[in-house]
Design a protein around this ligand. Structure first.
Ligand SMILES: *[C@@H]1O[C@H](CO)[C@@H](O)[C@H](O)[C@H]1NC(C)=O
Length: 376
């Protein structure tokens, strides 16, 4: 607020000078410093009669409150034509407009400073995180946040004693990393992944959800991130979520979606070595067992996960058959879907899913056939 008043005063002063009235410039030095902090680079050049730039004029207005100098400068304005004066006034007006609306980088800097200031109350930190959440949606802002040291500050908040703060920090990290390889790399290098994976054990559903969101955002289409995820026992993390029926169903859905996505990515990189993640028996069984759900959306995600894993060259069809009992699970699902088809509002969705289920079954049987033939 103080800044706005200052700018308004400055505007009036310069406008008045332009009208060749001599006035005192009521500008305190510290105010000028504050403006400098806002990112303006005042030119150090000597002013010789005229103002080579708006910056130069501002510097003069701020730094020269000496009445003698002021008088001298006002003569400069007296020599200006009305057109020139008008142009100056427009320039200043534009500058004032610009100053009223700080840039995104400035807003982020303020939010990061607030977040990093432990003497501020929690509500301030919460608000700073909310602001960052909106700002990082812009891909350039997300990249700039790193330059401001924002990610290190956010990472420290993952350890905060207040679950709400941890949750919001994970959310911002996830948002910033989404579809952004530059940010993914930066956040991974800071070591965020193991911290976020640990947060999955939280008793707070919201915290676990946002942590899983951030983990997915960090490793999506990112081979280095995926390697880290596998090394940090990502299979155990996901298997534990899927096997825990007490957990919120959204966590189950997000986990299945992530598995399907990882397998899909692996399909495109088949020439690299097989990833043990996709042959982990307990994980595969947890995915197949989730097919007992009566939530169609979850069933769809489970089917996609199984389908994508089965398409991998390294797919352990025998494990799917003997250990996971995929045949039985598919048959049970067929019967369940038929019951859903009787209901008007579910018929269409259930029919689509039956198509997908049959596709999975076919892929499974074909692969199984190949394996048995090879064994003969
Ligand atoms: C932290 O916030 C307090 C209270 O607003 C403020 O006085 C202090 O200058 C801030 N510290 C930093 C390092 O910005």
């Amino acid at each position: 607020m103080r800044r706005l008043i200052f700018i308004a005063v400055l505007f009036v002063v310069i406008a008045e000078i332009a009208n060749t009235q001599l006035v005192e410039v009521p500008v305190a030095k510290e105010e000028g410093d504050e403006l400098g902090d806002m990112g303006f680079n005042f030119k150090e050049e000597e002013i010789d009669g005229g103002f080579s730039s708006l910056d130069g004029m501002l510097q003069w207005a701020i730094g020269h409150s000496d009445p003698g100098v002021l008088k001298e400068r006002s003569e400069v304005f007296q020599r200006m034509s009305p057109e020139e004066l008008k142009e100056r006034q427009t320039e200043i007006k534009e500058l004032v407009e610009k100053l009223k609306m700080p840039s995104d980088a400035q807003l982020m800097q303020i939010a990061v400073n607030d977040l990093d200031n432990s003497s501020l109350p929690l509500e301030h930190h919460q608000r700073a995180l909310e602001e960052l959440l909106v700002l990082v949606e812009h891909i350039d802002n997300a990249i700039d946040l790193h330059k401001l040291g924002g990610f290190s500050v956010l990472l420290r908040k993952l350890d905060h004693f207040e679950p709400q703060i941890r949750t919001a920090a994970a959310w911002v990290l996830g948002k910033a990393s989404q579809n952004n390889p530059v940010v993914q790399k930066q956040v991974l290098e800071l070591g965020a992944l193991p911290m976020l994976m640990k947060m999955m054990k939280s008793h707070s559903t919201e915290e676990a959800l946002k942590a899983l969101f951030a983990v997915s955002a960090l490793i999506r289409n990112n081979l280095i991130g995926q390697d880290m995820f596998y090394q940090e026992a990502g299979h155990t993390m996901l298997q534990e979520v899927l096997s825990n029926s007490k957990l919120d169903i959204r966590l189950h859905k997000k986990s299945l979606f992530l598995i399907a996505d990882l397998a899909d990515g692996q399909l495109e990189n088949e020439n690299t070595a097989a990833v043990p993640f996709f042959s982990n028996r307990l994980l595969l069984k947890a995915v197949v067992d989730s097919m007992a759900s009566s939530d169609l959306d979850l069933l769809e995600k489970a089917l996609y996960a199984i389908k994508n894993i089965l398409l991998l060259r390294s797919a352990e069809v025998q494990v799917f058959k003997d250990f996971c009992k995929l045949n039985e699970a598919l048959e049970r699902m067929r019967q369940q879907l038929q019951q859903f088809m009787v209901e008007d509002d579910l018929r269409e969705y259930a029919t689509d899913l039956e198509g997908l289920r049959r596709e999975v079954e076919l892929t499974f049987l074909q692969k199984l056939d190949k394996v048995t033939q090879a064994a003969r």
